[in-house]
Design a binder for this molecule. Structure first.
Ligand SMILES: [Mg+2]
Length: 509
């Protein structure tokens, strides 16, 4: 469906925030709850030895769902045998090399492989999974959290369809490995909440309750109300889908009492991890819904910079998957964000390139200056406009920071303008602290670039952003931030914090 800029941002945020929560929790998995205020970082490690900022099974199992849905968007539908078979084959490949396959998922995959082999097939079919899962239900408990943790992308394929259809599809997708009604209903409720959040920006986990039978809706309402009186640490049995659901919602609800916007996203994921036990899964579940409500632009740059995991993907790949799923037009390899090049040839004056007046290690430019990255010895690029995947060459992926900011003062064009501009300035400061020469650019260095450059300049020179902008205008006479960005600069006055080691003395032009 046609998404407005904010809905597009939110669709793009679902998988990225899910993966960020997952990676944040990975280093704390199976640990005891942490006290309030305890620092939570992307440290990696944990029982399965993940690298820092590496996601785990939660994201790795969500990605095949997203990819299959994208492939089948205009075809037979998200729960067709073809789409489900694509999903289970990807899971089977992943499980063969993964270090952290959940117990129930592992049992079902092994049983499905046996069924395929017995039928003389080398590859599994979706039908093998339903048979294996049915068997599991008959023989033991099947309400682990393993289907809820991966369910989020399904919601993106149902933005323009009825919530009841999404609720049903979520049950089918869950039942591939987790057929218990609690698991199916949890997936349905969470997906309907994610769909609603992408469309409206609201966090409402009750929105799917009317789609359940009355007696089940009453059970879930009580569970939700209990979560809202509790903290994640009050749900120690969070390997069970019900307590994982409650832990995730309690993290979102509790953090929302004292934080809003991007700060809420961050605080809620940290709160989820401090809850202990299945930290990565509870934070991944919470992340899918928080990303849907606040968007890609709300995920901190320091979290998405090196975010990675199976199958060799990064934050940008998840952003693209989410956005394309939300749009429902399949893969569009010829247009942004998948295209190799973004065409700015119609624009004039894109070749501006000057040194920052407060730090000669920072270049400020238009989009044409990307062609001079190697020549100028630039080793980090901070981009504030759309680019093709090949437009920045000669720079390591983690040294290319992209921020979504539209040069517009119109309400509703930018979800979190102040946060995003501050994050971009902090990225420049971070790269400088690492000793890198930085190019900060947009298309013509007239509005976005001078705004971020003024925030950065204020920080390194110890002056106000408005004073820093006046200095910038001496080297960038065309600098004229739009009204909204000027307001951000005035509001930031006095709020700039210096990053230790980030400052360097001004260099003469
Ligand atoms: Mg995990």
């Amino acid at each position: 469906m046609k998404l407005n800029p904010l809905q597009n941002d939110r669709a793009a945020g679902v998988l990225v925030a899910l993966a960020a929560g997952d990676a944040l929790g990975a280093g704390y998995e199976f640990g005891a709850p942490l006290p309030d205020g305890a620092e939570v970082t992307m440290k990696g490690g944990g029982p399965f030895g993940f690298a820092p900022v590496e996601w785990t099974d939660d994201t790795s199992m969500a990605i095949p769902i997203a990819q299959a849905l994208l492939e089948s968007a205009s075809a037979a539908g998200s729960t067709s045998p073809t789409a489900l078979t694509m999903v289970v084959r990807a899971w089977t490949s992943w499980a063969a090399e993964a270090k952290d396959v959940g117990a129930q998922t592992s049992t079902v995959i092994a049983a499905a492989r046996r069924l395929a082999t017995a039928a003389g097939r080398s590859k599994v079919h979706a039908a093998d999974f339903s048979a294996a899962a049915d068997f599991h239900v008959r023989t033991g408990r099947s309400a682990g959290n393993g289907s809820l943790m991966r369910t989020a992308p399904l919601a993106l394929a149902y933005l323009d369809r009825k919530p009841a259809e999404l609720m049903a599809a979520a049950g089918v997708m869950s039942a591939l490995t987790h057929a218990d009604p609690d698991a199916q209903e949890a997936c349905g409720l969470w997906c309907v909440a994610i769909r609603n959040a992408v469309l409206t920006g609201l966090l409402d986990v009750r929105v799917g309750l009317p789609l359940l039978p009355a007696d089940r809706a009453a059970v879930w309402l009580e569970r939700i109300e209990t979560a809202e009186r509790s903290r994640p640490r009050d749900f120690p049995n969070n390997g069970w889908v019900v307590e994982a659901f409650q832990g995730a919602w309690s993290a979102i609800y509790y953090a929302g009492l004292s934080a809003s916007g991007p700060a809420h996203l961050r605080a809620a994921l940290e709160e989820a991890v401090r809850g202990g036990r299945d930290t990565d899964t509870v934070a991944a579940i919470a992340g899918g819904l928080l990303g849907a409500a606040y968007g890609y632009t709300a995920v901190p740059f320091e979290w998405r910079r090196r975010l990675h995991g199976w199958p060799g993907m990064h934050a940008r790949d998840l952003m693209v998957l989410g956005m394309e799923l939300g749009r429902g037009e399949g893969r569009r390899s010829a247009s942004w964000p998948r295209a190799d090049r973004h065409d700015y040839s119609m624009w004039s004056r894109t070749d501006v390139l000057v040194r920052h007046p407060h730090d000669g290690g920072v270049w400020l430019g238009g989009v044409s200056s990307l062609a001079r990255v190697t020549e100028l010895g630039i080793d980090a690029v901070v981009s504030l406009c759309r680019l093709g995947t090949l437009d920045v060459a000669g720079v390591a992926p983690e040294d290319h920071a992209t921020f979504w900011v539209i040069d517009s003062a119109v309400d509703g064009d930018n979800a979190h303008a102040a946060f995003t501009l501050q994050e971009a300035a902090a990225a420049v400061e971070r790269y400088r602290a690492e000793g890198k020469t930085v190019l900060l650019h947009c298309v013509r260095a007239e509005s976005r670039t001078p705004t971020v450059a003024a925030l950065y300049g204020a920080s390194v020179a110890g002056i106000s952003p408005v004073e820093a902008l006046a200095d910038l205008r001496r080297v960038l006479p065309g600098a004229r931030p739009n009204e909204l960005f000027m307001r951000v600069l005035r509001d930031a006055d006095g709020a700039i914090e210096r990053v230790p080691g980030g400052a360097t003395p001004p260099v003469a032009m």
